[in-house]
Ligand binder design. Structure first.
Ligand code: AMP
Length: 282
């Protein structure tokens, strides 16, 4: 496995892989890798001949009072996981490599970036879109893999790729969870046992909405009520939003449709947790 810190070295490695005619798969991450990240790596390894992982804690997607400084950066453990998973190239750039002081260009994805996560975290999706556009240009992959865990993010990035005619296929992979239901996240490491317990209400609420749909409930406002009632009963959990939206526009629904997405963002202690579930009317 090659580890590159410089853009030029990535481009050189990719040129060599291209000469071998291998389709190139790419998994952008902020590190502190867990089984969710590794499921994206597995998908890439299954579908592509050469897999690149980037590990970069991207400062432009963090707000001024967010956890940029305390975000975990376990370099050795991350590289070991990548090596064991059969990753071909890890791009591990320092901040100056991605944001030289002279850089002034940002990518703004209109509409989708301003609601829900974007409303609570102003500028977040501008940072995400900018770094992912740069990474896609550097790696020049055929397929890029993202998690459904960050539902709005993958929609924003799909919009960006379409609008900018980026020659890449965006692939969204299912949410990996711990056995107790909690969606895997690098931020779960911040949770105390009690905070984790409170956080479990999030996946419980989503599953309750799914059960209600299977039992015949269709009304998105009722489903939203089900989410709320379970979240409100969890001590120590502060819900930021619990909504049922259209899968493409993320607009809140007031009428049932064949596919809806239930999305939750909540704080357990100081840790923000997000999760979602696609609800399909049988
Ligand atoms: P991050 O390192 O948090 O920026 O995540 C990197 C990629 O991994 C993103 O596309 C995430 O959506 C994805 N990811 C994070 N957690 C999970 C999870 N539990 N299951 C599936 N994908 C995930």
């Amino acid at each position: 496995m090659q580890v590159a810190e410089r853009i030029a070295d990535v481009r050189q490695a990719i040129r060599a892989a291209r000469r071998d005619g291998k389709p190139i798969g790419f998994v952008p991450t902020m590190g502190a890798l867990h089984a969710g990240h590794m499921s994206l790596v597995t998908a890439s390894r299954n579908e592509c001949g050469y897999t690149v992982v980037s590990i970069f804690v991207n400062p432009t997607q963090f707000g001024p009072h967010e956890d940029l400084d305390r975000y975990p950066r376990p370099r050795t453990a991350d590289l070991t996981l990548c090596e064991q998973a059969g990753v071909d190239l890890v791009f591990y750039p320092p901040v100056e490599e991605m944001y030289p002081p002279r850089a002034t260009t940002f990518v703004e994805v209109g509409g989708l970036s301003d609601i829900w996560e974007g409303a609570i975290r102003p500028g977040h999706f501008r940072g995400v879109a900018t770094i992912v556009a740069k990474l896609l240009n550097i790696v020049g992959c055929d397929r890029a893999y993202f998690g459904q865990k960050d539902y709005q993010q993958q929609l924003v990035l799909r919009r960006m790729a379409a609008d900018l005619d980026l020659p890449v296929e965006i692939i969204t992979c299912p949410i990996a969870r711990d056995p107790d239901g909690l969606a895997l996240s690098s931020r779960n490491a911040y949770l105390s046992p009690a905070e984790r317990e409170a956080g479990l209400a999030i996946s419980r609420a989503l599953l309750a909405a799914e059960r209600a749909v299977k039992a015949g409930e269709r009304d998105p406002r009722q489903l939203q009520q089900i989410l709320r009632s379970i979240l409100d009963a969890a001590r120590g959990l502060q819900t930021e939003y619990a909504i049922v939206v259209d899968p493409d526009t993320m607009r809140e629904l007031d009428q049932a449709q064949a596919e809806m997405v239930a999305l939750i963002a909540a704080r357990s202690g100081t840790t923000r947790l997000i999760d979602n579930l696609i609800l399909k009317i049988p």
